[in-house]
Design a binder for this molecule. Sequence first.
Ligand code: SP5
Ligand code: ZN
Length: 345
Amino acid sequence: MRCIVNPAQDGHSGGLEFNEGRLVPCHESPERAAMVRDAFRAANLGPEEPARDFGLAPILAVHDAAYVDFLRTAWERWTAAGRGGQALSFVFAAAGMRRDVPPDDIDGLLGFYGFDAGSPIVPGTWAAAYGAAQSALTGAALLGAGERAAFALVRPPGHHAGRAVFGGYCFLNNAAIAAQALRDAGHARVTVLDVDYHHGNGTQDIFWTRGDVQVISLHADPRQEFPYFLGHADEHGAGDGLGATLNLPLPWGTGWTVYAGALDTACAAVEAFGPSAVVVSLGVDTWEGDPISRFTLRHEHFRHIGARIQALGRPTLFVLEGGYAVAEIGRNVVAVLQGFEGAGA
Ligand code: SP5
Ligand code: ZN
């Protein structure tokens, strides 16, 4: 399968996130993508392909226009206020406060559109997020051209980014943008299957009332884990989307046996929905050694995940999400892709 790459993504770098009481270098770094690219090359999985540029329209098909405008101009507005370093919020619009009047001030805007203090905006953030979305769109176009599968090697990741909200290292929801593009290319039903350790709150937000895009997420229980405020088992969607959202929260310490059962449940739901394309939000932060996560999947289990997804028998776009054990991310991601391709031992 082809691996879609975009060098603009490396420009989102050097930021600090608020973690356990102090600012530390972001876990989500350019080195992650380099490790995945190297492992993809070493495994001879297929050619690399540069991202094409589909413009802003497919981004605006899932994100709010004022939000996109904020992201595009946030760094300029930050520097216009005399700041350097990185833009990170110190205030958030929590329960009981107004959500209907966006502030004019950049500090207020960061808290209006952001939901955590872990997703700094730096000079290259917009170009990187835009580039990642274009990579995902290129992957969707490859499926349209008849490819059975494609891999969008993107960062920053996307599944925590909602219609008008950033956080969890995510700014534009690459998987959701690709899923919408597949819908617009004629796929009547599309599933987003999210196997990242964290709940894909942004993807759920974007498609919550949609019956044509199914959103399934296997993740650490939000009672215990980030993003904390969405991803419970009783969230099923609303309106036309009622029944098209499926959350499978799992406790800290979850290993392969329990995970495989949940993946079977997820795959049965995919079959019942009957999509003509699947977008996989592919995080490997479920790995036992991940520095910010608490599942216990082993390397060999990633191959099983890929094989199970392959058995769905649908055109499949893999979009990279999380995975923060930098030395291991490449081999774990590639194991999923190899399991899908049925390659190797
Ligand atoms: C795409 C993705 O995987 N985003 C994840 C964002 C998680 N950000 C919160 C990280 C919190 C780290 N705290 C770790 C405490 C465990 N010692
Ligand atoms: Zn994650």
